[in-house]
Ligand binder design. Sequence first.
Ligand code: FES
Length: 223
Amino acid sequence: MKTATGSIEEIVLDGSARIACPSELTPAPGQYLLAHADASDSPLPVPLFSSLSSPHGFRSAPPVPSFWRPGDRLHLRGPVGHGFVLPPSTRKLALVAYDDSPARLLGLIPMALKQGAEIVLVGDAATSDLPEIVEVQPLRALMDALQWADYTAMDVARENLPGLRELLEGHPQVTAKSEAQVLIRAPMPCGALADCGVCALTLRHEWKMVCKEGPVLGLKELM
Ligand code: FES
């Protein structure tokens, strides 16, 4: 993990931001950076996930704090956590934005295209900036997409994981076949620095710290 100074190049209308930073700090899909703005009164840093690459750094997934302004200086630490691991054999990739924008999943698209994979994006949130080759399907097509894909990357809020689990438990043959990873979104106030426990995810027989054991976990671990 590294520290560096970066800056906000642009605040985009969808609530994301273009961040300038050294290339070695740019988080891989599913990882995050901890960012603290010079202008901030809060002692806590903000976790920033990357969405798309940009010439001097990356475009973050929304939202960023409302008081951030273009030109503000950021103190950055990262990349933090475990991201998605796209298997090199993937030829059919499903991206599932279960309950939010797919922004945190978009960084997998160029990686999958390089491998010659077909890509389906499943979710009900509006999305722009998608390559035409990406097929978009509503969330009700989730089980079909899981059945079709040889690797699936999902994004779900911690509080919605029980609902997703219940849905998948109704289709055990699909879940057993699926190679899938899930990015769990949870508040991460200390960002793996102080063992605060706020990001804890309770599973059936154990619990995990999303900030450092995740935020990306294997679907089978979560079932
Ligand atoms: S955010 Fe504090 S332990 Fe995870």
